[in-house]
Design a protein around this ligand. Structure first.
Ligand SMILES: *[C@@H]1O[C@H](CO)[C@@H](O)[C@H](O)[C@H]1NC(C)=O
Ligand SMILES: *[C@@H]1O[C@H](CO)[C@@H](O)[C@H](O)[C@H]1NC(C)=O
Ligand SMILES: *[C@@H]1O[C@H](CO)[C@@H](O)[C@H](O)[C@H]1NC(C)=O
Ligand SMILES: *[C@@H]1O[C@H](CO)[C@@H](O)[C@H](O)[C@H]1NC(C)=O
Ligand SMILES: *[C@@H]1O[C@H](CO)[C@@H](O)[C@H](O)[C@H]1NC(C)=O
Ligand SMILES: *[C@@H]1O[C@H](CO)[C@@H](O)[C@H](O)[C@H]1NC(C)=O
Length: 303
């Protein structure tokens, strides 16, 4: 028996972990993804790498990204956004996926090399045959020395069907959602908040060095190709003018108003807060705010 599989069985004998195929029914929540229309992936995104591993389908409304031994693949939005609602329905590769990373994220690292912002959803292949982990992370204004990762198991098998992975980012808060269930909220505060326009990235790549148990299980190309499928991409954001043309005096005031300003986007309801508590209680297994071996002094927002 291969080692990863053996450890999977051993783990499952001793813990009734969600990672052993114990799936949960999530609390009911408002379907925010129904409020935002989907966009043409073809029209909204350009290829950035692995063009041979990018397949647009259904007239550009759905997408397959492939990781094989030659390359991963990735797209970047043609516009930059200052705040907005960003969502993708994703079906992840099934089978043995350790080391594989499928990412849906916002970043401006290409423009601000030393003071970039980033809001990440990273789906990490795991060390057993069906499990995936969702990792969320954020950087603001170059805060790369402080990783703010949180990791969760999913309450479903993400390789069977499409599920929605969503980022709401506005001047009130940033929220990560899975199938409309909020799993993490960061309120805007002076100390730490991504505030400059960002592009949207959709990628699949080889994260052998860190993705699965800190790199213990690399990608095994005997199980390639790894194909992630995307549909119902939703973007409704304030399109930012090209950064080079923004006069430096108005850098803090680049944006038009939020496009998604309704009450359902600016504040979580009690029902959503309860759902988020459920997700964090049952499925979160790592938070930087609890990692006292990494941070002798926890970042200020952790109190
Ligand atoms: C929106 O999604 C539906 C269903 O997947 C698809 O038929 C339609 O073409 C999509 N619209 C756009 C603009 O991509
Ligand atoms: C294909 O997509 C383009 C761009 O979204 C749209 O204008 C066109 O109507 C679509 N064609 C069909 C047959 O759906
Ligand atoms: C971002 O960092 C730069 C220095 O790298 C600093 O001058 C600037 O004030 C910071 N901006 C914000 C919004 O914190
Ligand atoms: C896209 O990927 C799915 C697996 O998620 C596969 O079933 C389908 O055949 C692929 N489509 C194309 C056109 O390769
Ligand atoms: C920001 O924009 C608003 C409206 O466009 C304007 O009234 C305000 O003076 C601007 N603030 C700064 C600091 O430029
Ligand atoms: C963005 O959302 C606003 C309000 O929610 C809506 O009026 C607008 O049509 C949306 N735009 C796009 C491109 O989806």
């Amino acid at each position: 028996m291969e080692l990863p599989l053996l450890s999977f069985f051993l783990l499952c004998m001793f813990f009734a972990a969600p990672s052993c195929g114990t799936y949960y029914t999530p609390p009911s929540v408002p379907r925010l993804t129904d409020l935002v229309p989907n966009v043409s992936i073809d029209q909204y995104f350009a290829k950035i790498f692995g063009a041979a591993n990018i397949q647009l389908m259904s007239n550009g409304s759905s997408l397959n990204l492939t990781l094989n031994k030659h390359s991963g693949a990735g797209l970047v939005s043609r516009s930059k956004y200052h705040y907005g609602f960003f969502s993708a329905s994703i079906k992840l590769p099934s089978g043995f996926t350790s080391g594989v990373v499928v990412a849906f994220y916002l970043s401006n690292a290409d423009v601000y090399t030393h003071s970039h912002d980033e809001i990440d959803i990273e789906l990490l292949g795991h060390d057993n045959r069906k499990d995936w982990v969702i990792q969320t992370n954020m950087y603001a204004n170059g805060s790369v020395k402080t990783g703010r990762e949180e990791k969760f198991y999913l309450w479903f098998d993400p390789s069977v069907k499409y599920h929605d992975y969503t980022i709401i980012w506005n001047k009130y808060h940033t929220v990560f959602l899975v199938d409309n269930v909020p799993i993490r909220e960061l309120r805007n505060s002076e100390a730490f908040y991504p505030s400059k326009p960002m592009s949207v990235f959709v990628t699949i790549w080889d994260g052998s060095e860190w993705a699965t148990h800190g790199g213990k299980y690399p990608v095994d190309y005997r199980y390639a190709p790894y194909v992630a499928s995307f549909e119902e991409m939703e973007i409704n954001g304030s399109v930012s003018p090209p950064i080079a043309t923004v006069p430096s005096s108005s850098k803090t005031n680049v944006s038009s108003p939020d496009t998604v300003e309704g009450p359902e986007f600016v504040k979580l309801s009690q029902q959503q807060i309860d759902a988020m508590d459920w997700a964090r209680r049952k499925l979160m297994f790592y938070s930087y705010c609890k990692d006292t071996s990494r941070y002798k002094v926890l970042p200020p927002e952790c109190k």
